[in-house]
Ligand binder design. Structure first.
Ligand SMILES: Cc1ncc(COP(=O)(O)O)c(C=O)c1O
Length: 458
């Protein structure tokens, strides 16, 4: 079935169309303008995604007036839910003062200090506009510092969409370049299987490795989890080889703990890429870390060392409105139990959804760590107990493999049942979700399973 063409006899799709006519009409216009009608690959849904009008806390409402419990959470940015009062109070006045000064401003200093307060490894900070730009600069700083060329990455881990990060997160696991990427760039990336210690050792020993980057809690925020002890191993091995260890905490930063995964695991990376929660739901990112690595961006330091400075413009770096939102969000995270609450809700979601999977007799598992949840759709039909599911016990390719048509149909049925899941299928939970929201989500899964069964999808 082509990606954007639904089976016409699906009752689930018929109910979805009935519920969302205004979204469908907007999609018809969008299709004429955007490739596949969307502005982000993650928003691609068969037959079409909802068009959202407004949002509040853990909920959003589409243009037809339907309310959904939201697990997209701004692609992970909204640990504090939509429109957190403290963030909104900060953004309004900042917006009124001006959207862009083309100059330094006090808020960028306060924002960086707020990061440092939560994340002591952030000896220096350089703001960017996105997580993609943060990992791009991280790699460049590592190359400048080490004089080496190559980057170790883990298959399935995602670090944005720039050329060095394109192969091996959802395809091209053999390291060949994806469409539009030069072979020379793909050659500079060494892809290693998740948790493969031997692979890491071999790659480091082969030499010329400037940096190793990973999502510390595992690919896609724990879809392919990181094995216990692996981060410690990476810290030791990279230090031994003079390779820069980069934690990509674009999602986990300020989510799994106020100080990110590095606080939770007690491991200090050399560099950390940040975005999403960093900017309180507005655009923004940063690369932060060891002070000496940032000399390459510093006019005086490079003049003294005789090295060429890395240039770094960026129109929206440290945008004042993003800074205001970020300062407010980080302050809430520092002074409340927002992370712990979202994590506890994550445990509840996994438990309740698995109860439904057992009761309804599907061989799936809801799993994950902290405030994220994933669904293993069991493409090989293994017998499993979802409450004891261990994603580490399976090959990463099996865990990563998503039956595409079924995943889309699940998401559409969940929308019919009032829940917006992301494409894992799963989501990120905010501290504003209630226990009742979680329980309602589990019931939406029950209704979804029954609908799928009724039309012979499972
Ligand atoms: C772990 C990780 N790194 C980097 C990025 C890229 O961030 P951005 O979308 O802000 O470019 C993402 C985005 O989802 C991410 O999840």
């Amino acid at each position: 079935m082509p990606d954007d063409q639904s089976r016409t006899n699906s009752e689930i799709v018929a109910r979805y169309r009935e519920k969302t006519p205004k979204s469908e009409a907007l999609f018809a216009e969008a299709k004429a303008i955007f490739p596949s009608g969307v502005t982000h690959d993650g928003r691609h849904l068969d037959p079409y995604g909802i068009y959202v009008d407004h949002a509040e806390g853990p909920y959003k409402w589409d243009v037809d007036g339907n309310k959904y419990i939201d697990y997209y959470g701004g692609h992970g940015a909204l640990l504090l839910g939509h429109n957190h009062p403290k963030v909104m109070e900060a953004v309004g006045p900042a917006l009124a003062k001006g959207t862009h000064f083309g100059a330094n401003h006090a808020l960028e200093v306060r924002w960086a200090q707020a990061v440092q307060r939560l994340m002591p490894s952030a000896e220096k900070v350089r703001f960017t506009s996105s997580g993609t730009e943060a990992t791009l600069m991280g790699l460049r700083l590592a190359r400048a510092f080490t004089g080496r060329h190559k980057l170790i990455r883990f298959k399935t881990h995602f670090h944005g969409w720039h050329d060095h990060m394109a192969s091996g997160y959802s395809n091209h696991f053999d390291g060949t370049p994806t469409t539009g990427v030069l072979e020379g760039i793909a050659d500079a990336v060494v892809l290693v299987a998740p948790n493969d210690r031997e692979g890491v050792r071999r790659a480091l020993e082969a030499g010329d490795i400037a940096a190793l980057i990973l999502e510390p809690t595992g690919a896609s925020t724990g879809m392919i989890p990181t094995a216990p002890g692996f981060l410690e191993f990476l810290r030791e091995e990279t230090a031994r080889h003079g390779t820069i260890l980069i934690f990509d905490e674009v999602v986990t930063g300020f989510r799994v703990a106020p100080g990110g995964a590095q606080q939770h695991y007690g491991i200090r990376p050399d560099l950390t890429s940040l975005a999403k929660i960093l900017a309180g739901g507005l655009p923004g990112g940063a690369i932060v870390g060891r002070a000496d690595l940032f000399d390459a961006l510093d006019y005086a330091a490079t003049a003294a060392s005789g090295k060429e400075k890395i240039q770094h413009p960026g129109t929206y770096n440290a945008n004042p409105v993003s800074a205001a939102a970020g300062i407010a969000a980080l302050e809430v995270i520092r002074t409340t139990d927002a992370c712990a609450r979202a994590n506890a809700l994550g445990d509840r979601a996994r438990e309740k959804i698995n109860d439904v999977f057992v009761a309804e007799g599907v061989n799936w598992a809801c799993y994950g760590t902290f405030s994220s949840f994933h669904t293993f759709l069991n493409p090989k039909g293994r017998k499993l107990d979802p409450h004891r599911f261990d994603a580490l016990a399976l090959d990463y390719e099996e865990v990563k493999a998503k039956p595409k048509a079924l995943s889309h149909r699940i998401r559409v049925a969940m929308l019919v049942n009032g829940v917006d899941l992301n494409g894992w299928p799963g989501g990120n939970i905010s501290c504003t979700h209630s226990e009742a929201d979680i329980d309602q989500t589990a019931e939406a899964w029950r209704a979804t399973i029954r609908m799928l069964r009724h039309e012979g999808e499972i």
